[in-house]
Design a protein around this ligand. Structure first.
Ligand code: CA
Length: 224
């Protein structure tokens, strides 16, 4: 993460604790490297998007290759959610794979920007499962897409505008599996700073009996 550059990334590893950590670290390192190599904060939104996408595919290939070579890392993978700002155009671009999430809070309304790559989300989209039942579904932990699991991966791109006062949240399923969106929005809206938001979100997940590790990043745009 390089807040000074407007670059934020979150990766939640899977495939055994140690291997998952390797995969998630490889993903965020690779994204950062490619972003910096491309001239980063100078980029306009379209070019930024191309850089992030290419970097996600490179990270996928690198993680997959390593998992094939090192038996103790077989099957490792990671989610990846990256948010990069193009402040000159008041735009952001996000790339996303897996069940971590990006949200935007604007005028006290929390909107999920990314789509979960999970079995339950597929059922919701097909109309077989009510959205409200997805979070506590017994199969809610089945991820349908992750970085590094196969030799190729589909990467989602999310495009949007930045408004003064917007607050962005990147988080792992360790948070969203335990705390409802309405509560997440309220906690962030009532916090005085990004740091306060993060610690209150982590506390809320733990208080709800969090079994998974919680990762959260909160990014606040200056109010106009
Ligand atoms: Ca997780």
């Amino acid at each position: 993460m390089r807040a000074d550059l407007g670059f934020f990334s979150l990766a939640d590893g899977m495939g055994g604790h140690a291997a998952g950590e390797v995969a998630s670290q490889m993903a965020v390192d690779r994204l950062m490297e490619e972003y910096l190599a491309a001239g980063s904060d100078e980029l306009e939104a379209g070019a930024l998007e191309a850089v992030l996408l290419a970097a996600a595919h490179k990270a996928n290939a690198a993680i997959f290759a390593r998992s094939e070579k090192e038996p103790d890392k077989a099957g490792m993978g990671t989610t990846l959610t990256v948010l990069a700002l193009a402040p000159g155009e008041r735009a952001y671009r996000a790339v996303h794979v897996g069940d971590s999430r990006a949200y935007r809070l604007r005028d006290d309304t929390l909107v999920q920007l990314t789509t979960d790559h999970t079995w339950v989300q597929q059922q919701v989209q097909l109309g077989y499962l009510a959205p409200g039942l997805a979070r506590n579904h017994p199969f809610s932990n089945i991820v349908t897409r992750a970085l590094g699991i196969r030799d190729a991966v589909d990467v989602d791109v999310v495009r949007g505008e930045i408004w003064p006062g917007d607050i962005f949240l990147l988080c792992s399923d360790g948070l969203t599996g335990m705390v409802a969106d309405a509560d997440i929005g309220e906690l962030i809206a009532s916090s005085a700073s990004a740091d306060e938001s993060v610690s209150r979100l982590v506390d809320a997940a733990n208080a709800a009996g969090g079994r998974d590790n919680v990762t959260a990043l909160v990014i606040r745009m200056a109010a106009g």
